[in-house]
Design a binder for this molecule. Structure first.
Ligand SMILES: [Ca+2]
Ligand SMILES: [Ca+2]
Ligand SMILES: [Ca+2]
Ligand SMILES: [Ca+2]
Length: 504
């Protein structure tokens, strides 16, 4: 503690007075407050620098870096900080300062000193790396559904992947306007009915950049058909055991040995057993008569050899390869003539048009594809189907119902040598029961009824010869008043020859 010392100054002073001098001892007291400098207390503790910000070793993704500090020191004298060895900024014991720093690596050096010259320092290292602003929308990828594709199933796979450098904030899709939120990646199966679809995927990143990706596709599930009627092609393509096929030896291939066999028939060195119960055996001459003139001779051999040599594109019986209506009609007329002499042609009654019509279907079209081959029950008789499929031409039945109920209905046949089933004149109508009927509407027996309805039926579908109609025709006074193709969605009807060709 400082002690106050009182010093007294004294002296003699003579002061002139009226009667002489008076000596006055004056004692003046001077009080001097002399504060003596005492020894400072000891301070050996250096200032403690606390750097609140920046944080050592931190990478900052912003350029605005606040510096703030607090220094523990009672005898604080001074301090500073400097960045990257630059200018020293004086600082108080506590404080803060905003700094804006470009991207880079920084060293911030703090220094403090107390009055006892204790010094301390602290160094902070940091990285400033503010990323470039994100103006890129998210990336959306999905491989399916494919744009502009037609799916033939209602289960359309959809899988997606959305990514973004700054993160995906939200993602969703809309299918024909119906929205659903989705995760960034995922997959699901879209269960859809037939129709046109627009699938739009939308993604938004955390910077509000928006991306839309849209695909358009079609779902077209084909109907499940009970069966297909294609009247343009041969009904049986699994065997060559039919008239004119050229497979003379019956091995289901047309090759040089068939010409050899044909030669043996012509020479008389081979005689097929036409009474055999084996259809391959008893149809040997059918297959050898490749030009359909009911004779097996050198002309057939020449035609077959040309086919094998490649100088002839197809045989007259190869219906699927015939190019013109004339070719088809020519072959049909030959087969029709043979059919009229068919040994199995049943003549149960002169007016029994059913039997003629059905037998014609059996002989031309065949019933093999429909699950019965050998016999058929009719009129309390068992008819042997010896010529079943003999001619291999797609043959339809025609039922004719008269407008006048006094007349009975009638059955006849038709096939299509032309191009389109909706074109009446492309069909060839004929009545196996009678000699007339050459394909003209007004040449039908039933025309005397004054008007009628005819239904072209497909080939027999079962033992009862029940069958779906292909087309219904109404005829009045020899004129067609309506023509309707069956629209049953369960039955696939091939309507044109070009459509049929497209199936191959
Ligand atoms: Ca100190
Ligand atoms: Ca982005
Ligand atoms: Ca053969
Ligand atoms: Ca012949």
């Amino acid at each position: 503690m400082a002690t106050t010392i009182h010093k007294f100054n004294w002296g003699l002073r003579f002061y002139p007075v009226r009667s002489g001098y008076a000596l006055l001892l004056v004692v003046t007291a001077m009080v001097s407050s002399c504060s003596k400098e005492s020894e400072p207390p000891e301070d050996n503790v250096a200032p403690v620098i606390n750097v609140i910000s920046p944080v050592n070793k931190m990478t900052y993704e912003v350029n605005n870096i606040p510096l703030s500090w607090s220094i523990n020191e009672e005898n604080y004298k001074k301090g500073y900080f400097k960045i990257n060895g630059g200018k020293e900024y004086e600082i108080g014991k506590t404080g803060s300062k905003d700094t804006v720093l470009a991207n880079g690596t920084y060293t911030v050096h703090f220094f403090a000193e107390d009055k006892s010259s204790n010094k301390s320092s602290k160094t902070i290292e940091m990285i400033v790396n503010k990323p470039a602003p994100d103006t890129t929308p998210p990336k959306i990828s999905f491989s399916t559904p494919e744009n502009n594709k037609t799916y033939v199933t209602g289960e359309v796979p959809f899988s997606w992947n959305i990514s973004d450098a700054s993160g995906v904030a939200s993602s969703s899709y809309s299918l024909n306007g119906v929205n659903k939120n989705i995760n960034s990646t995922g997959s699901e199966t879209l269960n859809l009915t037939n129709g046109n679809y627009e699938l739009k995927v939308r993604a938004v990143d955390t910077k509000e950049n928006v991306k839309d990706t849209t695909v358009n596709f079609v779902v077209n599930i084909p109907p499940t058909y009970k069966y297909t009627i294609n009247p343009f092609v041969q009904p049986n393509d699994s065997t060559l055991n039919y008239y004119g096929s050229g497979d003379v030896d019956g091995n289901n291939k047309v090759e040089q040995n068939d010409v050899n066999k044909l030669e043996q028939i012509i020479n008389g060195t081979f005689t097929p057993n036409l009474e055999s119960n084996d259809p391959v055996e008893y149809r040997t001459l059918d297959r050898a008569d490749v030009n359909g003139d009911e004779k097996v001779d050198s002309t057939d051999k020449q035609i077959l050899q040309e086919k094998l040599n490649g100088t002839r594109e197809y045989l007259p019986c190869e219906w699927n390869k015939l190019k013109t209506r004339a070719e088809r009609e020519e072959w049909f007329q030959k087969m029709k003539k043979i059919n009229e002499k068919s040994s199995t042609f049943p003549k149960l009654g002169v007016d029994d048009c059913n039997v003629f019509s059905w037998q014609t279907q059996i002989n031309f079209h065949g019933t093999k594809d429909y699950g019965f081959e050998g016999t058929i029950e009719y009129g309390n008789r068992t008819l042997k189907l010896r010529d079943n499929g003999r001619f291999n031409i797609h043959m339809c039945e025609v039922t004719v119902a008269p407008n006048n109920p006094d007349y009975a209905a009638h059955r006849m046949n038709t096939f299509i040598p032309g191009e389109a089933i909706s074109t009446y004149s492309d069909w060839f109508f004929f009545e196996p029961q009678y000699t007339h009927g050459d394909g003209k509407a007004n040449d039908w027996l039933m025309q005397y009824a004054g008007g009628n309805r005819a239904v072209i039926k497909g080939p027999p579908r079962n033992k009862d010869f029940g069958s779906e109609g292909i087309a219904t025709i109404r005829i009045l006074n020899n004129k067609i008043t309506s023509y309707n193709v069956n629209s049953n969605p369960e039955i696939r009807i091939i309507k044109t020859r070009s459509e049929s060709n497209g199936l191959k």
